[in-house]
Design a binder for this molecule. Sequence first.
Ligand SMILES: NC(=O)c1ccc[n+]([C@@H]2O[C@H](COP(=O)([O-])OP(=O)(O)OC[C@H]3O[C@@H](n4cnc5c(N)ncnc54)[C@H](OP(=O)(O)O)[C@@H]3O)[C@@H](O)[C@H]2O)c1
Length: 253
Amino acid sequence: MNSVSRSFDNKIVLITGGTSGIGLETARQFIAQGAHVVVTGVTAHRLEEARVTLGNRALVMNADLRDPDSLDAVIKEVAARYGRLDVVFANAGAGTASPLEAVTASQIQEQFSLNFNGTFFTVQKAAPLLTKGGSVILTTSFLNAVGTPGLSILSATKAAIRSLARTLGAELAPRGIRVNAVSPGPISTPFHGKLGLSEEQLKEVAAGIEASVPLGRFGDASEVAKAVLFLASEDASFITGDEIVVDGGLSQF
Ligand SMILES: NC(=O)c1ccc[n+]([C@@H]2O[C@H](COP(=O)([O-])OP(=O)(O)OC[C@H]3O[C@@H](n4cnc5c(N)ncnc54)[C@H](OP(=O)(O)O)[C@@H]3O)[C@@H](O)[C@H]2O)c1
């Protein structure tokens, strides 16, 4: 993957959930390769930190994807500034851990509205600006393939997004636009701290993960970002509807 034409000089890249973790690191890598990046997030201090970290090749905007209309201002701004999009990384997501007996309808609605609806409407609203040869990457999860107690709803949202990569890939193929997914395994980001688990539970989960990942560790956001850049690049020009799994072998062995 390393030696190839990976320049994103003057490419226009939209990244949702780009103010933290995987999205932020992916924005950093795109910028390092010459892209202009538009990044969205919701939390004020992380929006500010992302502005400082990413510098003047990034436009950082607030958009709460539980409300699809919040994307309208982002798309309008991209259209006014650049008139097109070359890459869309629909990555924003979050989850709540809850065992079968404790899952509520509002937890289901909350997770589907951000993870699934947010991903779907990002692609729907960005699609008119996408150029021929453009690339869309959706963030799924190893949870698509590995049953994990307490994560039924989060896992279902990600399985639905895996399905979207195929359907939207088929819909956008006639325009020469590829749609793929990146499926992270356990990655060291703030994500886990937002699952609603206690410190003790988090430690237990982390130990269990390290024991079950064949490569014996959490992944780093940079390892997922590299897969995203590959899927966005010309090197992946005949790959669509597919998913790259970056999980240290967790879902494979
Ligand atoms: N980390 C893992 O182990 C792992 C494993 C599998 C899949 N994933 C997936 O990878 C993606 C990125 O996660 P991450 O690990 O990088 O987590 P993260 O560091 O928590 O980043 C999540 C991003 O989503 C944004 N976000 C949260 N709620 C939002 C909302 N209502 N509207 C718009 N944006 C919102 C956050 O914005 P603010 O920071 O501004 O709040 C942040 O930029 C997610 O889709 C996650 O499901 C992660």
